[in-house]
Design a binder for this molecule. Structure first.
Ligand code: PEP
Length: 253
């Protein structure tokens, strides 16, 4: 399986011109990689224009969210149908920054169902805010997955990507890094939840990603020892040179 490296640009950069520059510099390298699929998730407003710069399937676009309704009186929302129209292939859903704004597990479930009505791949983000000695955080992550995937068929579940993003390890306020061994343990737990959810063997191939302060220094350790199929990269994806380093490391891992 190719390594899946997803860049979450969040609400950056401020100008479309800079978004095009960054995408072009990454695409020049990413589009040539054989063992890596790169997904760039810019702010929605840039998707259409960056779509013109996509050269092949090795480096594609994704959205950072999608609303569950197709169209209608939903001010400020953008549907999966519209995102599909921009030629994006992936949609991040349930990111901790959206959950912090009030997004619920039930909202996330509705979003995934609407995304799956199109040839789009939902990237479901799960992760605990903090860890406790009683391991309640494991229950929380298991529940996030179960609730997000309620009423999905085996075939639908098999099209989902799961990104484990411990909130305490994300962003510039991260308390500490997630150890690859902790990532490995959670990846194993996620695989068990997926196996329990479905009788089908196909869930074995669901990619599991790690995200949280990934950079060129630590990416190899997650890919080698973290039992993951790829990475979800925030801050480091805004620096073209740094992100390309991560892609090259993934190409060799
Ligand atoms: C994220 O928020 O998805 C993320 C991984 O951010 P960072 O890499 O900046 O910690």
């Amino acid at each position: 399986m190719k390594k899946l490296i997803i860049a979450n640009w969040k609400m950056n950069p401020t100008r479309g011109l800079d978004a095009r520059k960054l995408f072009k510099s990454v695409n020049t390298i990413a589009s040539k990689l054989k063992n890596v699929e790169t997904v760039i998730c810019p702010p929605l407003v840039y998707l259409e224009s960056l779509g013109e710069l996509v050269t092949n399937r090795a480096c594609v676009l994704g959205s950072q969210d999608a609303f569950w309704e197709h169209a209608g009186p939903f001010t400020g929302q953008v549907s999966a149908d519209m995102i599909f129209g921009t030629k994006a292939r992936y949609v991040i859903v349930g990111h901790s920054e959206r959950r912090a704004l009030g997004e619920t597990d039930s909202d996330i479930n509705k979003k995934i169902k609407s995304i799956l009505q199109f040839p789009l791949i939902p990237v479901l983000c799960v992760g605990e805010i903090s860890r406790d000695d009683d391991h309640q955080f494991v229950k929380l992550v298991k529940n996030q997955i179960r609730l997000a995937l309620v009423d999905l068929t085996d075939e639908e579940i098999s099209r989902v990507v799961i990104a484990y993003e411990p909130v305490w390890a994300i962003g510039s306020k991260a308390k500490k890094a997630c150890e690859p061994a902790d990532c490995r343990e959670m990846s194993h737990i996620i695989k068990t939840v997926l196996a329990d959810l479905s009788n089908s063997e196909i869930t074995k191939n669901i990619p599991i990603l790690y995200g949280g302060s990934v950079n060129s220094e630590n990416s190899e350790s997650y890919l080698k020892d973290g039992l993951v199929d790829g990475l979800l990269v925030g801050r480091a994806s805004l620096d073209g040179k740094e992100f390309i380093k991560i892609l090259k490391i993934a190409e060799k891992s």
